[in-house]
Design a protein around this ligand. Structure first.
Ligand code: AMP
Ligand code: MG
Length: 364
């Protein structure tokens, strides 16, 4: 037997220990891979509708996923081009015709979206009013630049609000559109994103996709689930910090839309003026920081979020009832939360301290 020196006696057990440790590490890694498979969600971001649109597909990848994403991109780009409120589009051509007192023939899609918007505007008591394009323009929000103010001349605001137009002034005869009110200028800024998200989901379904989220800058429709658990989504801080304020799990097919004053605004003379206007006085709606609505269709959620934002805390319950909204949450200027009982059951607040909450039953 070869005599062992103390040195070799020491090295051999050390080598063995390393080998055991390495084997253990490999085993742990294999076990980790087995218990936590790779996230089966295919994610892609596209830039359209003036925002980043996040598309998540569960258990779909490869060429089918790529093709589905392209279809969504086509649909959303189409809407962006067709209904842009200030860059030349079918909508601006229609607005020019209405300004000239003419009848314009529009595409079937445009006639359909206007009919739908008109019905939702009526249900909201005209708080959601896509006919106030002239007012939005007067406030300087029809611009690809960051609006800077100053706020418009109060007389000019008053002139547009007195006997102001609404969607009921629109005459929709098949594809022929005219207006009984010379002041109607259409702006689908509060509605087209929802319409687009619905079409995007339809495009995914055409590709056989049953579990996905189309998230357009925080406004989304979620279908199916994340495997055996629901999709979990976040609602942004109404103060505009970008932090998550609340979270909720979506059911099989639901849209979650938020209207927030933080999304577009300018500051002038120490005051903030945001982009959601109260058609009754022509000024940015007071008292509300944000409204989140859950509905099945994204277009319905989009219109309702805008309407409830304008409604404010006092009319939140009555406007929700008029629009048939059961799940809605409004955060007021003091960060107080007004929430329908059905919505309260779904929302988890992610901020400390938990905000003060007032339950509001949708009721006339
Ligand atoms: P949203 O973020 O969906 O609430 O939409 C806000 C956008 O809709 C604004 O940027 C305007 O283009 C337009 N808008 C502003 N006020 C109203 C209103 N009361 N009704 C309908 N559209 C509006
Ligand atoms: Mg909206």
């Amino acid at each position: 037997m070869r005599p062992r020196t103390p040195a070799t006696r020491g090295r051999a057990p050390a080598r063995a220990a390393w080998a055991i440790a390495a084997a253990l590490l490999v085993a742990v890694l294999i076990a980790a891979c087995a218990s936590e498979p790779e996230d089966p969600v295919f994610r892609r971001q596209i830039f359209t509708l003036g925002t980043v649109v996040d598309i998540s597909l569960y258990d779909t990848e490869g060429p089918l996923a790529e093709e589905a994403i392209r279809a969504v991109e086509d649909v959303l780009n189409g809407i962006h081009r067709q209904w842009h409120a200030w860059e030349p589009s079918e909508l601006t051509r229609l607005n020019d015709a209405l300004a000239a007192g003419e009848t314009a023939q529009v595409t079937h899609d445009t006639a359909t979206v206007l009919r739908d918007a008109r019905a939702l505007a009526a249900a909201s008591g005209q708080l959601f009013n896509p006919a106030i394009g002239a007012l939005v323009h007067l406030w300087g929000f029809h611009s690809s630049e960051r609006p800077a103010g100053p706020p418009p001349d109060p007389e000019a605001v008053r002139a547009l609000v007195e006997d102001g137009p609404d969607m009921d002034d629109l005459v929709i005869d098949g594809r022929n559109i005219s207006s009984r009110h010379p002041g109607v200028r259409l702006d689908l800024g509060a509605f087209a994103k929802g319409w687009g998200v619905d079409l995007a989901v339809e495009a995914l379904r055409t590709h056989g996709i049953t579990s996905a989220i189309v998230n357009a800058g925080g406004d989304l429709r979620a279908i199916g689930s994340h495997g055996d658990r629901p999709w979990r989504i976040g609602v942004r801080d109404p103060g505009g910090s970008g932090a998550i304020f609340a979270s909720l799990e979506t059911r099989t097919d639901e849209s979650v839309f938020t209207s927030g004053g933080y999304e577009r605004f300018f500051e002038y003379g120490g005051r903030r003026y945001h982009h959601i206007l109260d058609p009754r006085d022509g000024y940015p709606a007071q008292h509300t920081l944000s409204v989140t609505v859950i509905r099945e269709k994204a277009a319905d959620a989009d219109a309702a979020a805008t309407a409830l934002f304008v409604a404010g805390p006092d009319e939140f319950g009555s406007v929700a009832a008029r629009m048939g909204v059961t799940h809605a949450m409004l955060v007021d200027a003091d960060m107080k939360v007004y929430i329908t009982p059905d919505m309260a059951e779904r929302v988890r607040f992610e901020v400390m301290p938990v905000p003060e909450v007032v339950l509001v039953e949708p009721a006339p």
